[in-house]
Design a protein around this ligand. Structure first.
Ligand SMILES: Nc1ncnc2c1ncn2[C@@H]1O[C@H](COP(=O)(O)OP(=O)(O)OP(=O)(O)O)[C@@H](O)[C@H]1O
Ligand SMILES: [Mg+2]
Length: 243
């Protein structure tokens, strides 16, 4: 009986996907891009990171994504203390838990949309045929089921970004990080990309998205505002914390 209660409590408790404490980042040359940032992201959240140019948003996303290490402070991703991991263990953690989407897509030219998406499973240990099958499935999910054999130069900007999102989520990461995913897109394509992120979130993905666009930011459940390397506001648009 007691065990059942404990189990129920445990399954209801959302996991901390990201936990940053006192994170500072000094770049060589003397720029302090982050100053003592604390940030906790729970499983299933969709949050926006907003702030002026140069305020430290991309630096923060790189640190959350373990692409870079902080100068001081601690970073835990899915419960793993990043500072205790070797570079190799870190890239394993990254490939298993984190998906990235960048403003400029970063697709591999000359290979199909399907093979670009399959790159997201390169370190999964799955055989190539299975990687391709899942890639085609992920493309269907982002509405590009009829473009699997198209190469990046044969796709529109919005379609390229959807391929990049499919690549980021094909491995079912715990966390999807997007740095200005609509920055290079026209309004309609940007809206389609945001709708896709909302859908993925509704299906359970935890997503952090950097945006300059106030309208987009306002459409997200949570906004973390950054200025001069500090979190100056952390706002739930519903007016209350979801959990
Ligand atoms: N590799 C680097 N080496 C030195 N300084 C850097 C480096 N990357 C960023 N910076 C500096 O750190 C600060 C924060 O940069 P960051 O790229 O995080 O800003 P941002 O908020 O993403 O800006 P934007 O909205 O323009 O993309 C800036 O002052 C920038 O010049
Ligand atoms: Mg940036």
């Amino acid at each position: 009986m007691t065990d059942t209660i404990v189990e129920t409590v445990r399954t209801r408790m959302p996991a901390r996907v990201v936990e940053l404490k006192g994170v500072t980042k000094e770049y060589p040359g003397g720029v302090t891009a982050l100053r003592g940032v604390g940030l906790t992201v729970m499983e299933g959240e969709l949050l926006g990171i907003v702030g002026p140019s140069g305020s430290g948003k991309s630096t923060l996303l790189h640190i959350v994504g373990t692409l870079d290490r902080p100068t001081a402070g601690t970073v835990a991703i899915a419960g793993h203390d990043v500072s205790k991991l070797s570079d190799r263990a870190l890239s394993a953690l990254r490939s298993r838990h984190i998906g990235f989407v960048f403003q400029s897509f970063h697709l591999v030219p000359g290979i199909s949309a399907r093979d670009n998406v399959a790159e997201g499973l390169l370190y999964s240990g799955l055989p190539r045929g299975e990687r391709r099958r899942r890639a085609a499935e992920a493309l269907g999910r982002v509405g590009l089921g009829d473009r699997v054999h198209h190469k990046p130069h044969e796709l529109s900007g919005g379609q390229k970004q959807r391929v990049a999102i499919a690549r980021a989520v094909v491995g079912e990461p715990d966390l999807l990080l997007a740095d200005e995913p609509t920055g290079a897109l026209d309004t309609a394509s940007g809206e389609a990309v945001m709708e896709l992120l909302h859908d993925l979130n509704a299906d359970g993905a935890t997503i952090a998205v950097i945006t300059h666009d106030h309208e987009i930011a306002a459409s997200l459940p949570r906004q973390v505002r950054i200025r001069d390397g500090e979190v100056v506001a952390d706002v739930w648009n519903t007016g209350r914390r979801p959990r």
